[in-house]
Design a protein around this ligand. Sequence first.
Ligand SMILES: [Zn+2]
Length: 64
Amino acid sequence: MAVPKKKVSPGRKKQRRQFYALKPEGHVVCPNCLDTRRPHRVCVCGFYDGRQVTQPKTQSTETA
Ligand SMILES: [Zn+2]
């Protein structure tokens, strides 16, 4: 039966799992469509800084 040569100590186990405490960041809620978007990026609905800056992206019907 295979036996681990060294048991992982509780401290090392916690080090490995440090990222468990990280929160998902880098997303803000668009005030127009209430969807999440990257900060300082135009939302898929075309809104940025409270105004329409681009045409909203639509699914498949748009030709560009
Ligand atoms: Zn939006």
